[in-house]
Write a protein that binds this ligand. Structure first.
Ligand SMILES: [Zn+2]
Length: 91
């Protein structure tokens, strides 16, 4: 039913606006919240974990880190290309 949400604990119907069950007090959207939290914890599992450049890093360190970032991007690019090729190959 639209606008209603069944309680995961006692199966009673609650107004979907409510965060908690009015009958038993269980969290109505616990599953949805967990999914959302796990997505926020890992926004993009395929995102390239680039090395961070700090504000206090010196010119040479920044230069070196930029090269590492470039290598990382190229590496992940090749990796995703290989995965793409593997996914389009039959069998
Ligand atoms: Zn309940």
């Amino acid at each position: 039913m639209i606008g209603e949400k069944s309680c995961p604990n006692c199966k009673q119907w609650n107004d979907a606006k409510d965060a908690f069950c009015v009958f038993c007090g269980s969290e109505l959207f616990e599953k949805e919240r967990r999914v959302k939290e796990s997505l926020e914890a890992n926004p993009d599992p395929f995102k390239v974990p680039l090395i961070k450049i700090g504000d206090k890093d010196g010119y040479l360190i920044v230069f070196g880190k930029r090269i590492i970032q470039l290598v990382q991007i190229v590496f992940f690019g090749i990796l995703s290309l290989l995965l793409w090729i593997a996914s389009i190959l039959p069998g």
